[in-house]
Design a protein around this ligand. Structure first.
Ligand SMILES: Cc1cc2nc3c(=O)[nH]c(=O)nc-3n(C[C@H](O)[C@H](O)[C@H](O)COP(=O)(O)OP(=O)(O)OC[C@H]3O[C@@H](n4cnc5c(N)ncnc54)[C@H](O)[C@@H]3O)c2cc1C
Length: 411
C-alpha cells in the first residue's frame, strides 16, 4: 500500500485509538490521523457506568494513554473534529471544519449512539442516556442532587447504573419491557442471580412493562408512567435500552450497510480502501450464521489490531473469540463466546454460593460460557472456544471437571 496520504481513522474511541496505536506497533510508517468528535483524548467507557459515577474511578484514570502518547507515536489527533463526508473516488474526507484530507486507507470506528424512546416527555430535562464522558459527567452531577432515579432498561449498562445509584444512596427503580433482566444477552440463571442480588441491595424491578410517558414539572422530569399505569417518581431518568450503530457516514457514502457497516472476514467494507470495526461494524459470524455486531472493548480492540496488521501487509481473517465483562456491584459477570437466546443452558457450580458458570449449547456445540465470580472458568472458556474443543453437557455440569483440564487434555 502506498504511504503518501496515510491512514485516516474516523472515531477516537476504544477501537479508533487502538487502530492508531496498533498501526505504529506494526511498524506502519505513513501518516496516521485520528479524527474524534469528542473534545477529549480517547478514554475507557466501561468505568462511566461503574466507578466513575460513585467517585471510585476519578476522571484522571479514564484516558487510554497520556496526551503525549500521540505526539510521541506520530499520530495526528484531531479532537472535537468530525468527518462529515467521504469522497470515495478521490479518497478524501471532509471535516466539519471544512478541511479536506486525502487517505490511502480509511478506518470507520464511529461506534454507536444510544436509542432514545419516542414516548411523550422524553425531551424533559433530567432524562438522559449514558454513552460519552460528557453524558457521565452530567449524570454524576444529577445523581449527586437526586433522591430517586428510574432506569429504563435492564441491560448491562442499566443494571450497572442501578448499582452505582444505590451505592450513592438513591432510591432506584428499573423498568424493563422483557420479563427479566438481560434477556437478549444472558441465560435466565445468570440474569436471575444478578437481579436478585440487586434486589437485595434495594433496587426495585418492574418487568414486562415500559415507559409510557415521562412526566414533568417546569420542564424537569418528575416521574415515569409505565404502560401498566404505575407512576414512579424520579428526579433523574436514565435510558438504557440499547444502542444503534453509528453507520450514517458509511450509508451516505454508498457503502453496504445493514444494521451496521457490513465488512468481510478481513473487516473490509464494500470499498477495499475502507475498513470498519467495533460497535459500528457487522461482520461474518464464524459459524456461518448471519453477520453479527458486538459491542465490547475486546471486539473493538481485536478488530483494530486485525486491520492494522492487514494495512502493513499481514492479512488474517478476523476469528477472535468474543468476550465481555460487566461489574454488578460485588458480582462480576464474564462472558466468552456468543449465545443465541434459544441456546440451551447447563449450570456448573453453585448459584447459592454466588460462584457458577452457565455453559450454552446449540445442539451439541458449545457457543458461550457465562461465568459469575468464576474467573478461572472464564479464562478456560476463552481457550476452549478458541480451540474449538468439544465439551459434553455432562462435563459442563460436573464442577469437579476443571474446564482448564479439558484444554490441557486437548493440547
Ligand atoms: C457506559 C458504558 C459502559 C460499558 N461497559 C463495558 C464493559 O464493562 N465491558 C465491555 O467490554 N464493554 C463495555 N462497554 C462497551 C464498549 O465501551 C464499546 O463496545 C467500545 O467503546 C466500542 O468501541 P468503538 O471504538 O467501536 O466505539 P466508541 O468507543 O463508541 O468510539 C466511537 C467514537 O467515534 C466518534 N465518532 C462518531 N462519528 C464520528 C465522525 N463522523 N467523526 C469523528 N468522530 C466520530 C464518537 O464520538 C466516539 O467518540 C461500555 C460502553 C458504555 C457506553
Amino acid at each position: 500500500m502506498p504511504m503518501d496520504a496515510g491512514v485516516i481513522i474516523v472515531g477516537g474511541g476504544q477501537g479508533g485509538f487502538q487502530a492508531a496505536a496498533s498501526l505504529r506497533e506494526e511498524g506502519y510508517a505513513g501518516p496516521v490521523t485520528l479524527v474524534g468528535a469528542e473534545p477529549v483524548s480517547p478514554y475507557q467507557r466501561p468505568p462511566l457506568s461503574k466507578g466513575f459515577l460513585t467517585g471510585k474511578t476519578p476522571q484522571a484514570q479514564l484516558p487510554l494513554r497520556p496526551d503525549a502518547f500521540y505526539e510521541e507515536r506520530g499520530i495526528e489527533w484531531l479532537a472535537g473534529e468530525r468527518v462529515t463526508g467521504i469522497d470515495r473516488v478521490a479518497r478524501r474526507v471532509t471535516l466539519a471544519s471544512g478541511a479536506r484530507r486525502a487517505y490511502d486507507h480509511l478506518v470507520l470506528a464511529t461506534g454507536a449512539v444510544p436509542r432514545m424512546p419516542r414516548s411523550p416527555g422524553a425531551e424533559l430535562e433530567g432524562v438522559q442516556a449514558l454513552r460519552t464522558l460528557a453524558d457521565a459527567q452530567l449524570l454524576k452531577q444529577r445523581l449527586g442532587q437526586a433522591h430517586r432515579v428510574v432506569v429504563v432498561g435492564a441491560g448491562f449498562i442499566g443494571l450497572e447504573i442501578a448499582v452505582a445509584s444505590r451505592e450513592l444512596g438513591l432510591e432506584v427503580e428499573v423498568v424493563e419491557f422483557a420479563q427479566r433482566a438481560l434477556q437478549r444477552s444472558v441465560s435466565a440463571d445468570a440474569a436471575a442471580f444478578l437481579s436478585v442480588a440487586l434486589q437485595a441491595r434495594g433496587v426495585r424491578f418492574h418487568f414486562s412493562t415500559g415507559a409510557e410517558a415521562f412526566l414533568g414539572e417546569a420542564g424537569r422530569v418528575c416521574a415515569v408512567q409505565t404502560h401498566r399505569g404505575d407512576v414512579l417518581p424520579a428526579d433523574v431518568v436514565v435510558i438504557g435500552v440499547g444502542v444503534e450503530p453509528d453507520d450514517a457516514l458509511a450509508r451516505e457514502s454508498g457503502l453496504s450497510v445493514q444494521g451496521g457497516v457490513l465488512v468481510d472476514d478481513y473487516l473490509l467494507t464494500s470499498d477495499p480502501a475502507i475498513s470498519a470495526l467495533g460497535d459500528c461494524a457487522r461482520f461474518p459470524a464464524a459459524d456461518g450464521a448471519p453477520p453479527i455486531r458486538i459491542e465490547s472493548v475486546q471486539n473493538a480492540v481485536d478488530q483494530a489490531r486485525c486491520i492494522a496488521a492487514r494495512v502493513v501487509g499481514r492479512p488474517v481473517r478476523y476469528r477472535k473469540v468474543a468476550w465481555f465483562w460487566s461489574d454488578q456491584g460485588q458480582n462480576r459477570l464474564q462472558i466468552a463466546g456468543v449465545a443465541d437466546p434459544a441456546d440451551a443452558s447447563v449450570l456448573r457450580g453453585s448459584i447459592a454460593d454466588g460462584k457458577f458458570s452457565v455453559l450454552r449449547f446449540r445442539g451439541d456445540r458449545l457457543t458461550a460460557i457465562e461465568s459469575v465470580n468464576s474467573a478461572a472458568d472464564h479464562m478456560a472458556a476463552r481457550k476452549l472456544l478458541a480451540a474449538g474443543i468439544a465439551v459434553t453437557p455432562e462435563q459442563a455440569a460436573d464442577a469437579s471437571v476443571k474446564l482448564a483440564s479439558l484444554v490441557a487434555m486437548a493440547a
